[in-house]
Design a protein around this ligand. Structure first.
Ligand SMILES: NC(=O)c1ccc[n+]([C@@H]2O[C@H](COP(=O)([O-])OP(=O)(O)OC[C@H]3O[C@@H](n4cnc5c(N)ncnc54)[C@H](O)[C@@H]3O)[C@@H](O)[C@H]2O)c1
Length: 490
């Protein structure tokens, strides 16, 4: 059905609008582009031309393609030019009243068969459609920045949206080689709802003085396997933008503590330390400023060799090269110099030491233990210096840097990932989207290494459930309440 769309209208020639225009033009559609500010659309076209030239220089596209694509984009100075569009995508300022006014005009100007979509990232589709004569026409077509690069598009249904339009939009997105996911209009849709935990939980750990932001970034990227640490990412997004989205989602969720914004971020907004754009955020982005190094511990001690069990788990696969010695294995546990090395399940190391009647070294969660560059560990009080050295030496020998964190429930990566999984699960539980779509959304909208629900399944739901229950007990905060979706599976 994507082929039936011949002409696409884009309103707003800002960051998103020009990107969406490029997507359509590069897939053979005629584009009409309008911006209310005089000269903005011309400026955006000039920038697009520069961007395309750079891509041609790298050999990614040809000069002919650039000429063809640009020729397909027509700049217009009046909405009347949208009358022949088969699809109109609005990408103007994020303001309910302005968007409502625009769609009231558009439904009159366009044919009744034309698809009308908004690229809003935070406003309810139902609310925008409320001013229209036919609210069933509007849906959200939520691209991610940069639109030509990011694969994900969220197709958002308002309460009254006609599902036939969503089906048509799905076909169009596929013809653009995008990955469409379906979601109901609810705060943050999928990505901006679920991803809140990736910022909120690390910010809370920083506030609690558990660790500094540099160390948490290193744990989340080098050990857990995310492409970027949460604080580096917030600096990139802009602290003000990230804080505004957090506030919007929190308020729209009627102050659910799971989405409570951080006071650290609020202070940074007051101080105008907004990340890369102001030269200072969590890190200095001044010319020549070097990023501080995380703290690692090393040991040149002898390391103990291990035996690999018949059935390796997500955790024990990490030790698979150590097949030579006769050390005893039991499930997810490696014993080195009398100390058990175990993946964290959310309990404190000191409690486990009592329960197991022996010292314990807990290892934080990783999407890929085998290939991770680092491990984050925590020692119970009974781990002596000799054991510590042996354990650190073993990890160093495996080519991994070792970071140590204080003994707190669920450590750093498990705590954050458990909160992410809980949110993903709760979105499905509440009918926001399907399990398949929440996983696709997080993989292609924010580049998570795996789908969150698929990963929880691989890991065992009980590990996520236990982590959340320990956190809930420890903090006494409803923020950590377990989604019934997980309770059912665990
Ligand atoms: N920037 C992002 O990362 C991102 C990602 C996804 C969605 N969005 C959403 O996309 C929309 C646009 O965001 P953006 O970042 O491109 O904004 P932007 O500020 O870069 O561009 C908005 C453009 O719209 C124009 N405009 C404003 N009112 C207009 C009107 N009534 N008619 C025509 N043009 C008008 C402005 O002149 C401006 O050029 C917003 O709804 C935003 O929430 C943004």
């Amino acid at each position: 059905m994507g082929e039936a769309i011949k002409q696409v209208g884009v309103i707003g020639a800002g960051t998103m609008g020009i990107g969406i225009a490029e997507v359509a033009a590069s897939h053979g559609q005629q584009v009409v582009l309008y911006d209310a500010q005089e000269g903005f659309a011309e400026q955006a076209m000039a920038q697009l031309q520069e961007r395309l030239k750079k891509r041609a220089f790298k050999g990614k596209i040809s000069q002919e393609q650039i000429t063809e694509w640009l020729a397909r984009i027509e700049l217009v100075d009046d909405l009347a030019h949208f009358s022949a569009c088969d699809l109109v995508v609005e990408a103007i300022t994020e303001d309910l009243a302005i968007k409502q006014a625009l769609f009231k005009q558009l439904e009159i100007i366009t044919s009744s068969l034309a698809l009308l979509a908004t690229n809003t990232s935070s406003i309810s589709i139902t609310a925008i459609a409320a001013g229209m004569q036919d609210p069933s026409r509007l849906f959200g077509l939520h691209f991610f920045n940069p639109a030509p690069v990011m694969k994900l598009v969220e197709l958002v249904s308002g309460l009254l949206t006609d599902q036939a339009h969503i089906e048509q939009a799905t076909a169009i997105c596929k013809s653009w080689k995008k990955i469409p996911v379906k979601t109901q209009s609810s705060p943050g849709f999928i990505v901006n709802r679920v991803a809140r935990a990736y910022y909120g939980e690390p910010l809370k750990m920083c506030q609690e003085q558990l660790l500094g932001h540099r160390q948490i970034d290193a744990i989340m990227s080098e050990a857990a396997g995310f492409r970027m640490g949460p604080f580096e990412l917030m600096d990139l997004i802009g602290i003000d933008i990230n804080y505004a989205v957090s506030q919007t989602v929190y308020q729209a969720m009627h102050n659910d503590p799971r989405f409570r914004p951080s006071l650290i971020q609020q202070e940074m907004v007051h101080a105008n330390t907004l990340g890369r754009k102001t030269g200072q955020g969590f890190y200095s982005h001044a010319e020549g400023a070097a990023k501080p190094k995380p703290e690692y511990i090393h040991s040149d001690a002898e390391f103990d060799l291990l035996t690999v069990p018949e059935e390796m788990t997500h955790f024990s696969r990490m030790f698979c090269e150590f097949e030579h010695d006769q050390r005893k294995w039991k499930g997810d546990e490696v014993v080195v110099s009398g100390c058990r090395i175990k993946p964290t399940d959310g309990r404190l190391a000191k409690d486990l030491e009592v329960a197991l009647n022996g010292p314990v070294c807990l290892v934080d969660l990783s999407f890929d233990y085998l290939n991770s560059q680092s491990v984050n560990v925590c020692f119970s009080p009974g781990v002596n210096q000799f054991m510590r050295n042996r354990i650190v030496a073993l990890f160093n020998h495996m080519g991994k840097q070792v970071m140590v964190c204080p003994d707190q429930p669920a450590m750093v990566a498990l705590r954050t990932i458990a909160m992410l999984v809980n949110e993903a699960a709760d979105a499905v539980f509440n009918g926001v989207c399907s399990a398949r779509d929440v996983d696709l959304a997080m993989r292609y909208g924010v580049n998570y290494p795996k789908g969150l629900l698929a990963f929880a399944e691989e890991l065992g739901w009980s590990q996520i459930a236990q982590a959340l229950e320990h956190l809930h007990q420890w903090f006494g905060d409803d923020r950590y309440r377990l989604s019934p979706y997980i309770r059912n599976l665990a």
